[in-house]
Design a binder for this molecule. Structure first.
Ligand code: M6R
Length: 364
């Protein structure tokens, strides 16, 4: 039921504080402020390599997770889209964890990759939203997201719940490997538990975003830029926009722009910059200057500090709460989802059932 919402997608965007809290609740222990994963019968501290395979939005969640596994657990991570994975003859050595991420648990390419990895002796972990799905049944380590049924074809709440589970998994691996002290674990858990409230503050900007959607709706092309874990968010923002508003959009790592995409920039191309304040912010500002010098119209998504430093001269700004870098990818998912949603509403497209797309892609 859509309740008071116009679309399932809108409802699902607004459910995120609740479902992320629900999901975190089953991976974090509030009283002891520690990570608590389900029981499984392999030694996670002996994992030598993590291979992440997924499609679409779930793949972008995997890209964010790569930063966390490497940063916290110091484990090398390979990541691939499922449709490419098997065909490149990946090297799958003993002691590897193959991690599959899927809302539906039925995506044909991801499932085929899972079976391939199983055959090659990898330990199979699955982050999945449908607990009765095929992938859930075939996992050694089942890590459910508790997003509830996702009806909108554009994935929203499944994504932020996937991020919540993946952050907990990376932290758990770090703890088991002796790389995360008790104090560090306490910090990570505390920041993760702050996520639902921060998602709520991000949602408070819904009306501002709705009001600026008409600036983006006429565009033929839109670029999204981000650095570090916000780079996958730029890709996700571009995917959301093209899926439901049919505007051509691309996501780039901010620093890659001058290696080609900058040639596209003129005053008809809005550039959405995802840049929370922090150590990489200066670099994002200089990328913005490059865009501006070519007449590009910038929409800056940042926190109050970032907007104060760089918000002048933007076509529009969207203010996010100031959050710990760990949860920034969850929080910055909200404005990119809302922007795509409101632009699609301005354009009058079928938000929940965009043309040519299926909720679950069960053919390879
Ligand atoms: O069910 P899955 O997570 O395996 O689906 C993967 C993709 O098909 C899915 O994320 C798709 O890209 C969405 N339409 C994105 O909004």
């Amino acid at each position: 039921e859509k309740g008071n919402y116009r679309h399932y997608m809108q409802k699902e965007i607004f459910e995120q504080p609740t479902v992320v809290a629900q999901t975190l609740g089953s991976y974090l222990h509030r009283e002891s402020v520690s990570v608590a994963l389900p029981q499984f019968d392999f030694d996670i501290s002996s994992i030598k390599r993590v291979t992440i395979v997924a499609c679409g939005t779930s793949y972008y969640a995997g890209m964010v997770a790569k930063y966390w596994f490497e940063q916290f657990a110091r484990v090398p991570v390979d990541i691939d889209v499922a449709s490419e994975f098997r065909y490149r003859e990946p090297v799958l050595e003993e002691g590897g964890l193959a991690l599959f991420i899927s809302q539906s648990g039925e995506t044909a390419d991801t499932l085929a990759a899972l079976r391939h990895c199983k055959e090659k002796g990898q330990t199979i972990a699955v982050v999945v939203n449908v607990p009765t799905s095929t992938m859930a049944r075939e996992a050694d380590l089942l890590l459910p997201t508790h997003a509830g049924p996702e009806i909108g074809v554009a994935s929203t709440k499944a994504f932020t719940c996937q991020l919540a589970v993946l952050a907990a998994l990376a932290a758990h691996m770090a703890v088991k490997k002796g790389l995360m002290s008790r104090e560090e674990e306490y910090d990570v858990v505390t920041h993760l538990l702050e996520a639902p409230a921060c998602l709520n503050s991000a949602l408070d900007h819904d009306e501002d975003i709705a009001a600026m959607a008409h600036l983006i709706a006429p565009a033929r092309d839109v670029l999204y830029l981000g650095r570090g874990p916000d780079y996958p968010l730029a890709l996700e923002g571009a995917l959301k926009l093209k899926e439901i508003s049919y505007i051509h959009a691309e996501g780039y790592a901010s620093g890659e722009m001058k290696h080609g995409p900058i040639a596209l920039i003129d005053d008809d191309v809005p550039v959405i910059v995802l840049a929370p304040s922090g150590p990489l912010f200066e670099k994002s500002i200089s990328n913005m200057e490059e865009v501006r010098a070519r007449g590009g119209q910038i929409v800056l998504i940042s926190d109050a500090k970032g907007l104060e430093e760089a918000g002048e001269g933007c076509l529009a700004t969207i203010e996010m709460p100031r959050v710990h870098p760990l949860i920034a990818p969850l929080v910055y998912a909200i404005p990119v989802q809302l922007l795509a949603y409101h632009v699609a509403c301005v354009k009058g497209t079928d938000v929940d059932q965009p043309r040519n797309l299926a909720k679950s892609v069960t053919v390879e």
